[in-house]
Design a protein around this ligand. Sequence first.
Ligand SMILES: [Zn+2]
Length: 88
Amino acid sequence: MSDRGTRYPAAKQPNCPDCGIAMETGFIPDTSNAFIHEASSWVSGEAKEAFWNGLDLKGRLAFPIRSYRCSRCGLLREYAFTPSFRHG
Ligand SMILES: [Zn+2]
């Protein structure tokens, strides 16, 4: 495929589009599991209900969401750079 290399971009630290200063790196914890806290992740495609388990994520790649915060104005920007696992 010709888009290889752009499909999973390398992580980069963005600047705030309003203030032009480097944004702080962070993440948004997924609190759905009471015992293991992970970063929320992005999955591609339409959200479909599974019969038992809420959303059907089978076979989909999960991209951890990196959230960047501007320390001057508080703006948040989210990026999903590379997948970390595929849902089974
Ligand atoms: Zn800002």
